[in-house]
Ligand binder design. Structure first.
Ligand SMILES: [Zn+2]
Ligand SMILES: [Zn+2]
Length: 211
């Protein structure tokens, strides 16, 4: 049996957040990145026998954490976030009000993830890359293996970058994070942003007008 990770993207919510599901094909242990909305739709993509270990968040904006509570109830997976986004996370109801949406409190954060930390699910490994700027606790996740890929949240988009006018955003820090932590990766690595189409590191080095 191939050890190639099973990777599904589920587009959720009014802001069309890319929620990523990664499943270890050998053990069926899985992680979910950015369960922003529509928990039922995410759960439908978890085939029977799949056990979600971590609910990971690239950052704490509502469009990335809106279904965390429902996913926690459904999977009992461990809720993970970088500590620098804790305040934003705890203000989910206020975030919703600003955008005309209603949210209850997000569930407790059970694990603070740190820069360079390795997260294992089954035989697969994800590395945490702290990339502050879009928010203080924004991170990217790098999946190692034969088909390396990066989940860039709202830090890096295809030919664009994240906004920095929300809670704790900092544009020059954002650009520094991208240049020092992402543009130093191999050109061939595929990038899956929090919104919109995927890209590659090399394509962004050549074509991204913000860099
Ligand atoms: Zn965001
Ligand atoms: Zn977003």
């Amino acid at each position: 049996m191939s050890n190639e990770v099973i990777h599904k993207t589920v587009v959720v919510g009014p802001l069309q957040c890319n929620c990523s599901i990664l499943i270890c094909p050998k053990t069926l242990e899985a992680i979910v990145i950015d369960p922003g909305d529509e928990a039922e739709k995410i759960i439908k993509n978890l085939d029977s026998g799949v056990k979600v270990k971590y609910l990971l968040h690239t950052h704490a904006h509502f469009d990335h954490i809106g279904a965390t509570e429902a996913m926690k109830m459904a999977t009992q997976a461990t809720v993970c976030l970088h500590k620098a986004d804790e305040m934003i996370y705890q203000n989910l109801p206020m975030q919703g009000r600003m955008f005309g949406m209603s949210f209850s409190e997000a569930p407790a954060i059970e694990k603070f993830i740190e820069d360079n930390e390795e997260l294992k699910f089954g035989e697969q490994k994800l590395e945490v890359i702290h990339t502050p700027g879009h928010s203080p606790g924004s991170v990217c996740f790098r999946l190692s293996g034969s088909e390396e890929r990066v989940f860039s949240g709202d830090t890096l988009f295809r030919q664009s970058v994240g906004r920095s006018d929300l809670w704790g955003g900092d544009h020059s820090l954002l650009i520094r994070s991208i240049k020092s932590r992402l543009m130093t990766l191999d050109d061939e690595i595929r990038v899956y942003p929090g919104h919109g189409p995927r890209t590659r590191i090399g394509e962004e080095k050549r074509k991204n007008p913000f860099l």
